[in-house]
Ligand binder design. Structure first.
Ligand SMILES: [Fe+2]
Length: 438
């Protein structure tokens, strides 16, 4: 939603008569936020968006957090999470606080309804799978490594592309059997504090809102809703249409008499969009640069960063992996997408690590020396830093490796060990292994 756009047919001015071919008025809807002063769009429906014929509460969504008083590093392996539910009901919250919830989803089935999150903005990151999002603002096509930003209140339906059946029982997600194979995999972040997930303000011109020249991405990288012959903007259909609405930590089933995607045109600065993480142009430096250079989005009290393949620091004496850092104010969660993570013991594709505020973290034993002279990293990871502790759910504990904190105990200096003849478990990164750099 960073810039103004319009799609479909709209009248010459706001709030004037705009008529359907049969002479009746279209129903104008101001889709506004923050009490008429936040981002908004104006939509024109074929039918009044207020016509509801029934509703009921389906299920509650408030996460139950556990171990709220436990401060320790965590490592979740999500690759083998079972496929379940659809792209909404299959979401499993793993961490959260009063500002943001983080979930993972490996959907087993398609959505048979439309969904509206009336509580918070959503930022999805698709690791595997592709599909189409049909929304009141138009259609989005998404694929692997796409972020999808879905602002609060957007009515949408995610349709995953069916996965080609190659006849094998294994899949790249983590060895599910054919019967258990998910349609895709994504993680997501949802705001709980009424803030919006937006590009960092420092990337934008204060005068025009335009992305600045030194921002790591810009308007051209954002894929906005479209319409074409196969993906119309408006569906003029009557019947019984279910829209599941999340509000008050519950999902309600509302029945509409008309297709909920009946917008013939809209304009404004509030709409969903896609952004592929590989379109993030990393900022690099002579010496190590801190994580804010990787920042991609932010909400109130949290940021989302993209660690992408890039050249490493080029000073002849540079240490290309980070210094130990005291994230005394932030919990740090990383989702590992791609790359060689052997330098981080136990970490694998689909892992999630949590490094809590209160203690410093940094390179794994043996990795500093091994990183010297490295020119390139192929890491790909999504990070969420929060200003308040992220609490795990029971589902997170089921995936948690309690031995993960032990992985920092080995000595960093292998030559000294050898001199002392001490048997330690230090395993420096092997030649050719890529170092991790957050
Ligand atoms: Fe860090």
């Amino acid at each position: 939603m960073p810039y103004y756009m319009k799609l479909g047919r709209i009248p010459r001015k706001r709030h004037i008569q705009f008529r359907r071919p049969d002479g009746a008025l279209y129903s104008e809807e101001l889709f506004g936020t923050e009490g008429f002063v936040g981002p908004s769009s104006t939509l024109y429906h074929i039918h009044p968006p207020t016509q509801v014929s029934g509703w009921k509460t389906l299920y509650h969504t408030e996460p139950e957090y556990v171990e709220r008083d436990v401060m320790r590093m965590r490592h979740l392996k999500t690759a083998k999470m079972p496929a379940k539910g659809d792209p909404v009901s299959g979401r499993v919250v793993l961490f959260g606080n009063a500002d943001v919830e983080m979930f993972a989803c490996q959907p087993a089935e398609q959505m048979t309804y439309h969904y509206k999150n009336g509580q918070g903005d959503e930022c999805l990151f698709f690791h595997y799978g592709s599909g189409t999002i049909y929304s009141m603002f138009g259609t989005l096509r998404f694929g692997p490594k796409d972020y999808v930003i879905l602002p609060k209140g957007t009515i949408y339906r995610i349709e995953m592309d069916e996965r080609p059946d190659d006849g094998s029982d294994n899949d790249e997600f983590g060895g599910h059997t054919k019967a258990q194979m998910p349609l895709g995999k994504f993680i997501g972040f949802e705001t709980c504090n009424a803030s919006h997930i937006l590009p960092p303000p420092r990337y934008l011109s204060k005068k025009t809102g335009q992305f600045l020249e030194d921002a790591p991405y810009c308007e051209r990288d954002l894929r906005v809703p479209f319409e074409d012959d196969d993906h119309p903007l408006a569906y003029d259909e009557s019947g019984e249409f279910e829209v599941r609405i999340k509000a008050r930590n519950s999902v309600h089933s509302y029945i509409y008499s008309y297709h909920p995607l009946d917008v013939v045109g809209w304009d404004g600065c509030y709409y969903p969009y896609c952004f592929n993480i590989m379109d993030f142009a990393p900022i690099t430096g002579q010496l190590h640069l801190p994580p804010p250079i990787h920042q991609t989005f932010e909400g109130h009290n949290f940021v989302i960063c993209s660690f992408c393949p890039r050249m490493l620091d080029w000073h002849p004496e540079a240490i290309p992996i980070p210094y130990n850092h005291s994230n005394i104010d932030s919990d740090e969660i990383l989702y590992y997408v791609e790359g060689n993570y052997k330098a981080r013991r136990g970490i694998e594709i689909g892992s999630i690590s949590l490094h809590p505020q209160g203690i410093p973290h940094g390179p794994h034993p043996g990795t500093v020396e091994a990183s010297l002279g490295k020119k390139w990293t192929d890491e790909l990871a999504v990070m969420c830093d929060t200003f308040r502790p992220m609490y795990p759910t029971k589902a997170a504990l089921e995936l948690d490796d309690p031995d993960y904190p032990e992985s920092w105990r080995a000595d960093h200096h292998a030559p000294l060990e050898q001199r002392n003849g001490v048997a330690r478990q230090t395993k420096p990164a092997a030649e050719g292994e890529t170092t991790t750099t957050w």
